[in-house]
Design a protein around this ligand. Sequence first.
Ligand code: FES
Length: 103
Amino acid sequence: MARDHIRFLLNDREVTLRDLGATDTLLDHLRLDQRLRGTKEGCAEGDCGACTVLVGRLEAGAVRYQPVNACIRFLASCDGCMSSRWNICAARMADYTRCSAPW
Ligand code: FES
């Protein structure tokens, strides 16, 4: 059965989105819709890493976080993902281990 929405956790809050565009990006959603401006846009082509955020998925009963370039990550692909403090993690990617610790 097809769904007309996606859901994910953002900063411990469930977000439900409808009417997504096929090319809507995670970066635009974070910065423009959620106003999480700590996530920066640099090249907007997936090369510089300025927009890097952590996205977690359940794998074998545990959340596994991976860094992704939010500028080229389609928002629709975030269905079922989870993350806390994307904004904070984006600002602290140099300290990846601290960001990947469970909150
Ligand atoms: S803005 Fe450069 S990789 Fe996303």
